[in-house]
Ligand binder design. Sequence first.
Ligand code: FES
Length: 118
Amino acid sequence: MEVWICRVEELRAGIVRTTQLGHDDDGIPITALVLRDEDGAIVAYRNLCRHLPVPLDGGTGELLSEDGAHLVCGTHGATYRLLDGYCVDGPCEGLSLQRLHVRDEAGDVYVSVRPHPG
Ligand code: FES
C-alpha cells in the first residue's frame, strides 16, 4: 500500500506529515511519519514507540523535541534521531523506529509500508 503524502516543497524542517497505511498483522493501525532529517533528506518511520507499542504522540500530534532535532515519545521520553530513527536516550535506547519506504516522484512524496532498503 502506497499513499501520496504531499508535495516535496511542503515538507519543511520542523514539519511532520502523518498518514494511515492500513493495519499490521496484529491489527494495529500503521501510521507513517514523514519528515526531513538533519541533512534535509526525506525520511519516514512508523509512529510506534520501540519501548511499548504506542504512538509517539499518544494522539496529541506532538512528535518533535522543542528544538526540532529529535522525534520524542511523550509517554516515557524516548528520544529518536531524525536521520535513522535510532533511540539515543530513554527506555528503548539502542533500538530504532521502524523505517518506511518513502519515494519522491516529480516532486510528489509517497510513503509505503515496504521497509526502506537502508
Ligand atoms: S512508550 Fe515510548 S518511551 Fe515508553
